[in-house]
Design a protein around this ligand. Structure first.
Ligand SMILES: CC(C)(COP(=O)(O)OP(=O)(O)OC[C@H]1O[C@@H](n2cnc3c(N)ncnc32)[C@H](O)[C@@H]1OP(=O)(O)O)[C@@H](O)C(=O)NCCC(=O)NCCS
Length: 177
């Protein structure tokens, strides 16, 4: 499985390239982004190295790393990313939107697009690990059709999940993936 470009109404999600570090280092610069996910703003060198590692893959056949950089259609400026770690039938997804572009539905639109793409690619279950106090991320997870499972991971984050096989079709359930 390989990431492909995904276009939505407002956004273009492009498979990660090492050169994206230059634009993304600005998106990732704000300390508030790390309140719930931990870590800190990377330097350009750190981010370039991270993207080099992410684009070279996990090295494990049953674990595929997919990363997309999110941009508004017709704009070269990155606004965030969505990533998915795909095991054969389950994918863990995560999302981030830069501070200046938050609150416009960008995380919801891009995470939904990735989730739909994963389902079309044969993934049967999507999960996201969300801090129990992170209301914005809970809202994104809920908007794209994930539900809280009450299971906490080793970092104390709750696993939200959706099984595609159990879902009704989008036309029957507005707002679902
Ligand atoms: C979580 C994050 C991706 C949301 O990005 P975004 O583009 O602003 O998200 P959206 O605009 O699609 O939706 C945000 C939802 O959260 C709600 N929200 C935003 N801030 C909130 C807050 N402080 N309290 C409650 N709800 C909040 C919004 O109202 C919206 O819900 P609505 O559509 O029902 O009104 C962004 O805050 C972020 O990148 N945070 C840092 C990284 C991170 O924590 N990622 C999560 C990893 S799983």
């Amino acid at each position: 499985m390989k990431a492909e470009p995904i276009q939505t109404e407002r956004l273009l999600l492009s498979p990660l390239r090492v050169g994206d570090a230059e634009g993304m280092v600005l998106v990732l610069a704000h300390d508030s982004l790390y309140e719930f996910i931990g870590g800190e703003a990377p330097t350009l060198d750190t981010l370039t190295e991270r993207y080099r590692s992410q684009t070279s893959g996990s090295g494990v056949p049953d674990e595929v790393w997919l990363n997309w950089i999110v941009r508004p259609v017709g704009d070269q400026r990155p606004v965030g990313f969505v990533q998915a770690t795909v095991y054969p039938s389950t994918a863990d997804i995560a999302w981030l939107v830069g501070v200046q572009d938050q609150g416009r539905g960008i995380a919801t639109e891009s995470a939904r697009a990735v989730s739909v793409w994963l389902a079309a690619s044969g993934v049967q279950r999507v999960e996201a690990h969300v801090h129990p106090s992170h209301a914005a991320s809970q809202a994104v997870a809920s908007h794209i059709g994930l539900v809280p499972t009450s299971t906490l991971d080793s970092d104390g984050e709750e696993i939200w999940a959706a099984d595609f096989a159990e879902r009704r079709r989008p036309r029957e359930e507005p707002g679902a993936i």
